[in-house]
Design a protein around this ligand. Structure first.
Ligand code: AMP
Length: 426
């Protein structure tokens, strides 16, 4: 098969690495890709926001299958446009992508179908939103309705903070994405990321993971796109996974089908595991970044037939095999991230670092300059390792991190700390 992968981050490098190992593959392209992805795929300088350009490439190169990495093209309807042009693409339609592109849509769907989630109200009027905030009290959570690149959520510890968030969002701080806001109950518990492949009717659970969103050790500092992740997630026991499937995932698929927008693709449920069970924090309609990096290291089976089965409505009798091992990824970011940072700084030692047992280094934001590798983003490398335990995976990942020579970068030194502490207790 000729496969085109869309995206340029660590998630796409991990997907390219996995797809490149498929016996079904003839040629793999990635648009636009990065310096690491170039080791697995032919990178092409396509503007993926230009759907016609993507379609033209597919025609010219006899592409059999398009794998969409990020959410923006999905929300813009790239799967619909490719389908209309006769190309099979993995991911939800524009309508079904609303599970990520509109928090209000998802909250209403949960409410109408008794799917456990935080109590909420939707607002476009600041005075009404503030009255609700005062009535509910703090802590309380304020979210922009639309896509805001992971920055649209304010967990407010005081009423004043929540009111400021409303003023910022409804005042245009996130542009159209914040024209409406969701105000919701603050949930307590342990968070987990749960991934399922969906074919419109059936869902095949992948694995669960946990990530670290804060920039600094001890889960302190500003929120980021994610500074590391590991899998499995101890809190997602078999029973908890089953409850999540029965109480959250299956009712969502049923409701989406009834609405005439069956969900196909990967559904990524951000969960809070509360005293009373799993509650949905949010849906994403694509693979997580950096969770995918650990999932791909744990997946034993070929990914490509599973992606095709999701597109073709054939997941019912499908099964995937996983390594029992744990995997962990450490994100190396440019100094200053998630604020301002420099691009174009030189990274050395990657060859030696990737020779550490069980380690794969995925590139999140790099570019090649001759035989040099330069940073080209905020999150730059994902140093990922497999091990018999999270502790072993963590030790291998940091052994490799310490071999990377990049003075202009930093990483957290405590990725996986909760899981390692749990392993020590058991
Ligand atoms: P989201 O982008 O919706 O996943 O939110 C980002 C982060 O904000 C989540 O990973 C949680 O840590 C936190 N968060 C979101 N909603 C809530 C909630 N209702 N209660 C507590 N924390 C939340």
């Amino acid at each position: 098969m000729n496969i085109l992968l869309l995206g340029s981050g660590g998630r796409e490098h991990a997907l390219a690495w996995k797809i490149a190992g498929s016996p079904l593959l003839t040629r793999l392209w990635c648009a636009p890709g990065n310096a690491g992805i170039a080791q697995e795929a032919e990178c092409v300088a396509l503007d993926i926001a230009n759907h016609q350009a993507v379609i033209d490439f597919c025609k010219a190169n006899k592409v059999d299958f398009v794998m969409v990495g990020p959410e923006a093209p999905l929300a813009a309807g790239i799967v619909d446009d490719l389908a209309a042009a006769g190309f099979k693409a993995f991911g939800p339609s524009k309508a079904a992508s609303q599970l990520e592109s509109s928090k209000g849509f998802t909250k209403d769907l949960c409410q109408a179908n008794n799917i456990p989630t935080a109590a909420y109200q939707r607002f476009s009027d600041a005075a009404k939103a503030k009255a609700y905030i005062r009535q509910m009290g703090a802590p309380i959570v304020v979210k922009a309705d639309g896509l805001a690149a992971g920055k649209g959520v304010v967990v407010a510890m005081t009423i004043a903070e929540a009111e400021d968030a409303i003023d910022m969002m409804l005042g245009g701080g996130f542009g159209a994405a914040g024209a409406e806001a969701v105000v919701e109950e603050f949930l307590t518990g342990e968070e987990a990321s749960f991934f399922v492949l969906c074919d419109g009717d059936n869902a095949l659970p992948l694995a669960a993971a946990q990530d670290h969103k804060r920039a600094f050790d001890g889960d302190k500092g500003p929120n980021t796109g994610g500074m590391g992740a590991y899998s499995p997630a101890a809190v997602m026991t078999e029973a908890m996974c089953q409850r999540t499937m029965d109480e959250i995932i299956q009712p969502t698929l049923k409701a989406m089908k009834a609405k005439g927008m069956p969900f196909k693709g990967v559904l990524f449920a951000g969960l809070m595991i509360t005293d009373t069970g799993p509650k949905l924090i949010e849906y994403n309609v694509r693979f997580g970044d950096p969770e995918t990096q650990v999932l791909m290291l744990r997946l034993m089976s070929d990914l490509v037939p599973a992606l095709l089965a999701a597109c073709d409505g054939q997941l019912k009798h499908f099964d995937l095999r996983w390594y029992p091992d744990a995997a962990l990824t450490v994100v190396m970011a440019a100094n200053g991230y998630p604020g301002d940072y420099a691009k174009g700084t030189r990274i050395e030692g990657l060859d030696v670092a990737s020779n550490v047992d069980g380690v794969e280094i995925f590139h999140a934001g790099t570019k090649a300059d001759g035989d040099k590798i330069l940073s080209n983003g905020g999150r730059v490398l994902n140093v990922t390792a497999r091990g018999k335990t999270v502790r072993e995976a963590q030790a291998r990942a940091y052994q490799a991190v310490d071999l990377v020579r990049w003075p202009e970068g930093f990483c957290r030194r405590d990725i996986g700390w909760q899981a390692v502490a749990r392993e020590a207790d058991s």
